[in-house]
Design a protein around this ligand. Sequence first.
Ligand SMILES: NC(=O)C1=CN([C@@H]2O[C@H](COP(=O)(O)OP(=O)(O)OC[C@H]3O[C@@H](n4cnc5c(N)ncnc54)[C@H](OP(=O)(O)O)[C@@H]3O)[C@@H](O)[C@H]2O)C=CC1
Ligand SMILES: O=C(CO)COP(=O)(O)O
Length: 340
Amino acid sequence: MATIAVVGAGSWGTALSMVLADNGHKVRIWGNRAEQIQEMNEAHTNNRYLPGVRLPESITGYTSLQQALEGVQNILLVVPTKAYRDILREMRELVTHPVTLIHASKGIEPDTLKRISEMIEEEMPAPLVQDIVVLSGPSHAEEVALRQPTTVTSASKNMQAAEEVQDLFINQYFRVYTNPDIIGVELGGALKNIIALAAGMTAGLGFGDNAKAALMTRGLAEIARLGRKMGAHPLTFAGLTGMGDLIVTCTSVHSRNWRAGNMLGKGQSLDEVLSNMGMVVEGVRTTKAAHQLAQVLDVEMPITAALHGVLFDGADVKEAVDSLMGRVRTHEVEAVPDLL
Ligand SMILES: NC(=O)C1=CN([C@@H]2O[C@H](COP(=O)(O)OP(=O)(O)OC[C@H]3O[C@@H](n4cnc5c(N)ncnc54)[C@H](OP(=O)(O)O)[C@@H]3O)[C@@H](O)[C@H]2O)C=CC1
Ligand SMILES: O=C(CO)COP(=O)(O)O
């Protein structure tokens, strides 16, 4: 059994710590708020992020990053994407031997247009980090913490590392597959948040399941279009980290992105929505990044562009829907014209 450091004590870091603890591993979870770490160590709860859930006693909270990381072989990084650069810079001063860095976050950095594994490579190059493994899939923390059946994917350029991470996490309620397509896995997890925001918005406007299905299907088409251009394997988008995560995020009451979109659709401002949420809504920054990527790589992403207009350029939500519905008519499947 291993000792694993989990950096990030929010909902997902805590739920994944529970999976590791259930598998017999010792977990050192790091968070930056002393009162929260004290609660985790003494009451074995994390009520702000997972209310009503009791944590296994083999999870120990740390406020010292140095102590949490000392001597471990595996580090699981689960902070919001915007915190990555700072935390990685702190970590590189503390890590003394080559580690496997597992990340379970979902986002793309605006302006640099980097995926998370690329940020890790930049900030903690080899030999500090031996392997990078991404853990992603349709998995709301609230359900994992109740030990409800969940499936995810472990992706790495090094399949042996992906399999080692599969071994750490897999159990009877948490089934882990492997996939070598780290680009597709990271993009699917990050980009579905954009579509979930849009799906929440249409629900907020009072539209029904037809609109939701349209967004999910056409959303997947534009995710795959960008993904192919970025070197992902197209089939990854039909899997857990593509279609699977799109389904769960666009249809679950747990999704922060869907709920944020819903509030926007009902007329709240972006600032109001983000301050009421109290948890990370990754899709907002990722919309900015994906819109930039679409422009740089010349990929058509109409839903992303419409959402970008609403979030950052003051466009009206209803008008954004009208403009999407009124686009120039086209084929559904891009390969079809070649076949005719
Ligand atoms: N929740 C879920 O079901 C899932 C989430 N994810 C992904 O996991 C990542 C983390 O999300 P999640 O745990 O849900 O987020 P939460 O909002 O639940 O928690 C965020 C955590 O990160 C900490 N944090 C925020 N900013 C910083 C910072 N600058 N430095 C260090 N720590 C910071 C917060 O600390 P504090 O409390 O002090 O603010 C908190 O512990 C996201 O990328 C998300 O997309 C992926 C799959 C499922
Ligand atoms: O990624 C997730 C589920 O797989 C969590 O989505 P939200 O961040 O929208 O809650």
